[in-house]
Structure formats: C-alpha cells, structure tokens
Design a binder for this molecule. Structure first.
Ligand SMILES: [Zn+2]
Ligand SMILES: [Zn+2]
Length: 125
C-alpha cells in the first residue's frame, strides 16, 4: 500500500498496487503544468487508486479532449494524469506526490524532442 498527498496536505490518496510503468514526460504541456523540466508519472490501475481525503479540492484541467489533469485547487500540486475513455483501466499519478518510499526499476523518457536545453545543467556552475 502506497500513500500520497498534495503540498497543502488536504488531498490524500492510497494506491494498493505497484506502478507498472514510470516515465519522465518532457512534453510542453507537462512542462507548463508542472513549471518544471519534465513531469514524472507512474501508471497505475484506476481501480487501485483511492482518494482518502480532500476530494472537494481536487480540480480537473482538460489539456486535450480526452486528457484530464487533476490537481489541488488550494496548493496547485499536480496529482493525476488520466486519459479517460482512450485508456479506461489505467491512470497515472505524479511520482513526487508519493509519501511512501518507492524506487522504480527503470524510468523511461517520453517526448524527448521537446526536452529543455537547461537540464541537466550544462553550465559552469
Ligand atoms: Zn493541496
Ligand atoms: Zn507530458
């Protein structure tokens, strides 16, 4: 059993199975939503992800017709990426929202054609 939460702590969830795939997504939408070089998501069965508190603060942004990005409307934490009817049995959680330690065996990189130029840091600092 894994547990996770948003930054302000109002939204908590439990995950009752192991993630099946972990990826760094370098697409522009993930960069914008996370304000970061990439977003790291773990794919999990929809049925095994249960929100245990704070669902009144869970907001959804549809970044495309089928994709729902769920986040906390209080603190802005990104929590879930869901492809809706095009992938009905699966969803993805943001790996960094987990509170339980988890070490993926490997992480794949997606959408690397839009990878930012500044990560990893190639400067002199
Ligand atoms: Zn929050
Ligand atoms: Zn992405």
């Amino acid at each position: 059993m894994y547990q996770g939460s948003c930054l302000c702590g109002s939204i908590t969830y439990e995950l009752s199975s192991e993630p099946v795939k972990v990826s760094h997504c370098h697409c522009k939408m993930c960069q914008k939503q996370h304000g970061a070089a990439f977003a790291t998501y773990a794919r999990v069965p929809v049925k095994d992800l249960v929100y245990t508190s704070g669902t009144e603060n869970l907001s959804i942004y549809n970044s495309s017709a089928t994709v729902a990005r769920k986040f906390c409307k209080v603190c802005g934490s990104s929590l879930e990426w869901n492809a809706g009817a095009s992938l009905p049995e699966w969803t993805s959680i943001t790996l960094a929202s987990l509170d339980t330690p988890y070490q993926p065996e490997n992480i794949i990189d997606l959408c690397t054609e839009t990878r930012v130029s500044w990560f990893p840091n190639n400067g002199s600092g």
